[in-house]
Design a protein around this ligand. Structure first.
Ligand code: ADP
Length: 260
């Protein structure tokens, strides 16, 4: 991985204007992602989570405020930020190996280097034996592993993940959360992770920000001090895990009641 990155969200608001109607998606969002930490955003659908992630990726700009990566304003997408969506972005006509090698090949990396790197990242995500398969021959979980390998091979300092495991069955989802923690311990990216699964947020994160309904505002922030490495079976039974999960659930419920 490149050097760990600090991502700063400073007083960010975002409005969309369409046919004279203005939708305020986000209002005054401020938080900091310390280098090599995993930070989750949870909140109801439509509260602006994806909008914020898209702006951190450089696909769109805040209406007010700034997003800074190591002190520099984010203005466009860049190889320092890897993005993982709920639906894997793969080339269906390329094999697993070719999908993973693609980014490095395009950047002109020497064949022996990209081949070696592809093998390493495929092994890291548990797809070492499937390098000759095509995406349609893989399960949903394997496709998501492939997408993660495709992103990691570029060694991004920041991983932006938008409900990456949302479409997977429960067991696969747990496996993927564990895999993500293992990969983060190894490669140490800074991670912004969107989910509306509170168990998932508490299990993987160092810090969690809870958002209100639209316009999305941060209504609570929590440090997750559960020790690492974390194993789902033991962590989710711990008193601290359950207490934190209930605090977040209560906060979301209260904000709902207030009609946010
Ligand atoms: P979340 O990810 O929390 O479900 P989104 O960020 O997708 O929420 O959307 C936040 C709000 O902004 C929604 O009301 C959505 O309809 C609106 N929105 C998002 N993108 C656009 C756009 N390009 N044009 C107009 N409205 C948008």
């Amino acid at each position: 991985m490149s050097d760990a990155a600090r991502l700063s969200i400073r007083n960010v608001s975002k409005s969309f204007r369409r046919h004279d109607t203005e939708t305020v998606a986000l209002s005054g969002i401020t938080f900091e992602l310390q280098p090599s930490t995993i930070v989750s955003l949870v909140g109801p659908s439509g509260c602006g989570k994806s909008t914020l992630l898209r702006m951190a990726a450089g696909f769109d700009q805040p209406t007010e405020g700034q997003i800074l990566l190591n002190g520099e304003a984010v203005r466009r997408p860049g190889p320092d930020r890897g993005i993982v969506f709920q639906q894997p972005q793969l080339f269906p006509w390329l094999t697993v190996r070719d999908n993973v090698e693609f980014g490095l090949k395009m950047r002109g990396v020497a064949r022996s280097n990209y081949q070696e790197a592809a093998q390493r990242y495929l092994l890291a995500v548990g797809l070492g034996e499937f390098s000759g398969h095509y995406p349609y021959q893989l399960s949903g979980g394997m496709r998501q592993r492939l997408q993660i390998a495709r992103v990691l091979i570029n060694e991004p300092a920041v991983l932006l993940m938008d409900e990456p495991f949302g479409a997977l069955d429960y067991q696969t989802r747990l496996d993927m959360q564990q895999l993500l923690l293992d990969l983060c311990a190894r490669y140490k990216p800074t991670v912004l992770f969107i989910t509306h699964d509170i168990d998932e947020a508490v299990f993987i994160s160092d810090r969690i920000h809870v958002m209100s309904r639209r316009p999305g505002q941060i209504i609570g922030s929590f440090d997750v001090s559960l020790p690492r490495p974390r194993q789902f079976e033991t962590v989710t039974a711990a008193e601290d895990f359950i207490r934190l999960k209930l605090d977040i659930l209560r906060l979301l419920k209260t904000s709902d009641g207030k009609g946010h």
